[in-house]
Design a protein around this ligand. Sequence first.
Ligand SMILES: Nc1ncnc2c1ncn2[C@@H]1O[C@H](COP(=O)(O)OP(=O)(O)OP(=O)(O)O)[C@@H](O)[C@H]1O
Ligand SMILES: [Mg+2]
Length: 239
Amino acid sequence: MKTVIFSHGDKGGVGKSTIAAVMVDMILERQGTCRVVDGDIKTSDIYNRYQNTDGVDASSLQLNYAGAATVALNNLSEVLDSCKDGEFIVVNCPAGAGDTLDELAGLLSEACELDETRMMATYALGTKEECAGALAESLGSGLMSHILTDNRMVLYPLMQGEKSSFPWETDPAKAKYEGKSGDIPALTPQFVMQAMEKTEGPLANAVGRDDLGLTRFARVSIKHWLSECKSALSPLLFP
Ligand SMILES: Nc1ncnc2c1ncn2[C@@H]1O[C@H](COP(=O)(O)OP(=O)(O)OP(=O)(O)O)[C@@H](O)[C@H]1O
Ligand SMILES: [Mg+2]
């Protein structure tokens, strides 16, 4: 069986790429190899990070293809079809991927069933008012509705604020949600996050680097942050 994991979420800038990177690191540690599909060809942050990493086969394609959702999903299917049994494929969703993925999730899920591909997803919540309802919609009829409860996880990226600031907290759909959930801690101060984002390859590489202008304290902070992120995600990836 293959496993495709979508790093999905509310709108832009909610932490989808960061979560995707942590998952790639975890899969690499466990399996030694990982496929990566970056869903944004203009700002392919995850493709750029892993394109030269041993064990990673990275590609990028446009997943939020306005007016051409079927083309986008056909391109994704081409990558999935080429993967071998046992492989993990992390798909980093761009902002607006919901229009493509949620709309065609039924077809995608049926195609995955044909090939015995297990679908998983994380959903990074946002705090903005316009985010309210997006997860409920995806759980109702979009991508999240086609993913088994054990294989989906709602995430609170806490760099955006406290849990109470996420509209999902008061959404009526929350009471009915069946699935996993977890917290992604904030890495602070911001310049430490920014320095880590400038590195290539697994995020853990930043911990060993002494040329980033980071103090030992900052590097230890990254190490602990990474370990907390992995603890949050491991019940989903490796239960
Ligand atoms: N856990 C975190 N702690 C601190 N800062 C974070 C964390 N996760 C993300 N950020 C910051 O938030 C910003 C957005 O993160 P990221 O690129 O992961 O979001 P995204 O959802 O992939 O955005 P986009 O929709 O543009 O692809 C980045 O500047 C990043 O540095
Ligand atoms: Mg991103």
